[in-house]
Design a protein around this ligand. Structure first.
Ligand SMILES: [Fe+2]
Ligand SMILES: [Fe+2]
Length: 398
């Protein structure tokens, strides 16, 4: 009984925190929330919002590279604002909130209540001071640190700049997936969805600027030890580029990329999923097969009950395992080009992951076993991306 009580308490505490990737914390944008690290199931305050982000503290952050840090769930809106500012500043553009506005329209028509278009938490004193321009609430940079960062960015070559931009976008995408996985079931998860929509725009912008940067966005699953997460990020980046290359409308491109970040959400709560996720379908046990068959519709239902998620995104999630041969859980044989883009990117990355192939080997496998399962021009596009742009190194293969 006591063990159960402890477990319950640990679960309650865990649910108060939201994970973020360490690399999402960049020193050139004010950090307007407290940051925690999880040590022996305890959440320890690592950076207090309002602290100076000095060199020592930056070193501290580097120590946790590749791991998750945490923020309080009550600070999600501040995280969203921080990510918006980080992307705007890094990509030197203004990623507007048109998606959020569209989602509002759907929200209103469904009569689920009223929402302001500005989701910044105006009642939170930290946000208030940040919005009013007072930096009292934000993590501050000393003039010396500002100089170091400014100087470093001045001295970088165009290629270095692009790599830095891609690094930020990649990390924001992973944080978006992590946050979605944790809180999509919550009623206030609109903020998580908005973070994902922002990340999708960041991916689109950076690929529009230079499609070759896909080599920095699509990464080796084994590098970061978070396969479910890196899979969703890889699928999002690959499908964004496929959608761009095949001339799909901008809004549809964004829907595909956002849906890709969320596409395996139906797997998150399933038992033992981390192991079975890495297995080829042929090796599934009975339970694993059932989980596989259900996960796309489970993810769809989860998304569909959120009035702020566009229907097109929900449907993309539902059909991400389908192909033209009817092998998917829904046994569809008729898919739109956009749905095929996501399904193809998902299948390709899954082959790399399950069969432990290099991307070059995976595209060879694809050319033999998947012809006819997707529109030929999409397969050709994928080949060009993998071979033409030397997508990741051959060192991937075991
Ligand atoms: Fe899936
Ligand atoms: Fe997937």
């Amino acid at each position: 009984m006591q063990v159960d009580a402890f477990k319950e308490e640990a679960y309650t505490i865990q649910m108060q925190y939201v994970p973020i990737q360490t690399s999402t914390l960049q020193s050139n944008v004010p950090i307007i929330f407290d940051v925690y690290v999880k040590i022996h199931e305890k959440y320890i305050l690592l950076i207090r919002q309002g602290d100076d982000l000095e060199e020592e503290r930056l070193k501290k952050l580097t120590k946790f590279e590749g791991q998750r840090l945490f923020i309080l769930k009550s600070e999600m809106k501040n995280l969203k604002n921080y990510i918006g500012d980080l992307l705007d500043q890094t990509l030197e553009t203004k990623l507007d909130d048109e998606d959020a506005d569209n989602q509002d329209a759907r929200f209103f028509t469904k009569g689920k209540g009223s929402q302001s278009n500005d989701f910044r938490d105006q009642t939170n004193p930290k946000t208030k001071s940040y919005l009013s321009g007072e930096k009292t609430g934000a993590v501050k940079l000393s003039p010396q640190m500002r100089n170091i960062i400014g100087q470093a960015q001045l001295e970088e070559s165009p290629k270095e700049k692009l790599i830095r931009q891609a690094g930020v976008v990649r990390s924001v995408a992973q944080t978006a997936i992590d946050v979605l996985n944790r809180i999509l079931q919550d009623p206030d998860s609109i903020v998580a969805y908005q973070i994902a929509a922002k990340a999708a725009k960041g991916i689109q912008k950076v690929l529009e600027a230079n499609p070759e940067i896909i080599t920095e966005l699509y990464t080796d699953h084994r590098e970061d030890g978070q396969p479910l997460l890196s899979h969703s990020k890889n699928v999002a980046c690959l499908s964004a580029l496929l959608a761009l290359r095949n001339g799909l409308p901008r809004q549809e491109q964004l829907h595909i990329t956002t849906a890709a970040l969320m596409h395996d959400l139906g797997l998150v709560k399933m038992d033992g999923i981390e192991d079975s996720f890495m297995k080829p379908k042929e090796d599934f046990t009975g339970t694993e097969k059932d989980q596989y068959l259900q996960h796309s519709s489970k993810g769809f239902l989860l998304a569909q009950e959120k009035a702020f998620i566009p229907e097109a995104v929900c449907e993309l999630i539902k059909y991400h395992e389908e192909d033209l041969s009817g092998r998917g859980p829904e046994q569809l044989t008729n898919l739109t080009l956009g749905q095929q883009v996501l399904a193809l990117a998902n299948r390709f990355d899954k082959i790399v992951l399950e069969k432990k192939l290099s991307t070059k080997e995976a595209i060879q496998h694809f050319s033999v076993h998947e012809i006819g399962n997707y529109d030929l021009k999409l397969i050709e596009s994928l080949k060009k991306i993998v071979i033409g742009q030397k997508l990741v190194s051959e060192a991937w293969a075991l």
